[in-house]
Design a protein around this ligand. Sequence first.
Ligand code: DX5
Ligand code: ZN
Length: 230
Amino acid sequence: MMRAARPIRIAPSILDADFGRLAEQIALVEAAGADLLHLDIMDGHFVPNLSLGVPVVAGIARHTKLPLEAHLMITDPAKYAPAFVEAGARGIIFHIEVAQQPRELVRQLRRLDVQVGVSLNPGTPAESLLEILPQVDQVLVMTVWPGFGGQRFLDDCLRKIEVLAEQLRDDQALEVDGGVNLDTAPRAVAAGADTLVAGSAIFAADDPATALRTLRDVAQSARRQAELRA
Ligand code: DX5
Ligand code: ZN
């Protein structure tokens, strides 16, 4: 079941950061060894919430060397992706639920010369990705219904992670987003995830740097155990 081990990556989501001290908070996780920064973009249509937009992403890009990935929880990713790339995003993740012509959308995003990822909601089956799976750089499995940080991890999604882990190539990342914490990260990694998005588990902690390092430790030890079992 295990793909050739891709290194575990931790992607803090700033949704739960203190937006009044954003640069400082990002510097903290950068120094603590975050691998990339996960930016949740919401349009109030695809999800019932609004978050940050292009100027905020551009501002963040000026203050960090971490690669930025934009998780577009918006109904028209093709329209807005170029602006986020221009602002500094190195990865664009769209939702399969809004893609009317997924192959064409992936082709359009490819032209922007970024990592292309596709995400799916808890209610969306892995099969919905069949048509484009070979063409994307990563899959982002939502383990909460998107829209808000701090929700409970939905265990029902673990099976979907296992199914996708079997289908993806070694050069494709399998990322998990929503409710990732010290309890749930080991389960996600055992199911085959290699990249963990964590918002509240890091930024709502008293000490975000320690929270990030501890999360990485438990994820890496879950990976080692899974390898031993394989
Ligand atoms: C949910 C977002 C997630 C979320 C993660 O809509 O896509 O990235 O902010 O936050 P936690 O880790 O608190 O679930
Ligand atoms: Zn996200």
